[in-house]
Write a protein that binds this ligand. Structure first.
Ligand code: MYR
Length: 281
């Protein structure tokens, strides 16, 4: 059985990696006033952040339409028998649901949607793992089992410069009553049951970095090897320096750098920083 891997653009897997592992990508979009751009196709990440700085109105995001999924599934069906479709958390976007609906509409392809319950490069880790396993000839069941197992060790914590973006987009759960008080601090956020919730109220960003490092340290202590990613929204130098510092402290963690692209950046705003990881073995 020939198995393809599809993910949505919010996994922000670098193009070379997608090409190397034959990972298909379906884009989400951002709309500024009347103009809609498919992220990473019609607009780059730096063009997006520049545009936001100049825009009168803040952008909005949209998931791929069911028809977009049907089109890409039909394209995939020409060469493959099955597709594993890895998406951002169903608690923050209808993308996973759209993949499910489209999967019911195509006859000549077995569609296995996977809700990563997260986003960005941590979601990308799932797509890459699935793609690597298909290259090793693993069957669908084994790949889906491994993806579900990865959920047990996947973590991501992040903080934003300005919480009002998340509140405005309605993607911050369980914190509405606290938003006023949270605005005065640097809350650390994470995902719980597919949704974004505050993890801890932290006073300064310095302490938030330290807290994320300590959370990583706890998991690194109990694992042979972790794969981790530092994710930033237009703070490359800062993120790189932090990653280098972490890299020197955790020999059993393999680090990479990634970014919050246009769709996620719409909801987090510029300046967000996150740290995610999972257990390799
Ligand atoms: C849509 O319109 O369907 C897309 C909605 C995207 C919401 C994004 C909310 C922020 C996610 C932060 C992810 C951080 C992962 C480390």
């Amino acid at each position: 059985m020939k198995i393809a891997v599809l993910t949505d653009s919010t996994s922000y897997i670098p193009q070379e990696e997608r090409d190397k592992w034959n990972i298909f990508m379906v884009p989400l979009s951002v709309t500024f006033e009347q103009e809609t751009y498919r992220e990473l196709i019609d607009i780059t990440t730096s063009e997006f952040y520049n545009k936001v700085r100049e825009a009168k109105e803040l952008p909005k995001t949209s998931q791929p339409a069911v028809g977009d999924f049907v089109s890409i599934f039909e394209e995939i069906a020409q060469d493959y028998d099955a597709v594993i479709s890895v998406h951002l958390s169903s608690g923050i976007s209808g993308t996973y649901q759209a993949a499910m609906s489209a999967g019911d509409m195509v006859d000549n392809l077995e569609v296995y949607p996977f809700d990563s319950e997260i986003s960005c490069m941590v979601q990308g880790f799932y797509a890459l793992e699935a793609a690597k396993m298909t290259h090793e000839g693993a069957p669908v069941d084994a790949i889906m089992e491994r993806l579900h197992e990865m959920k047990n060790s996947s973590r991501a914590y992040f903080m934003v410069d300005d919480l009002s973006h998340l509140a405005r987009g309605g993607r911050l759960t369980g914190a509405q009553a606290m938003v006023g008080s949270l605005l005065q601090v640097k809350p650390l956020l994470h995902f719980e049951d597919t949704k974004i919730v505050p993890f801890e109220k932290i006073r300064t960003s310095k302490k938030a970095y330290k807290r994320m490092e300590n959370l990583l340290a706890e998991d690194a202590k109990n694992a042979e090897q972790l794969r981790a990613v530092v994710i930033h929204a237009e703070r490359e130098e800062l993120a790189q320096n932090w990653m280098d510092e972490l890299d020197s402290k955790f020999p059993n963690v393999e680090f990479s750098l990634s970014y919050f692209g246009p769709v996620i950046g719409t909801h987090l705003g510029e300046g967000g920083i996150g740290l995610g990881w999972y257990r390799v073995n």
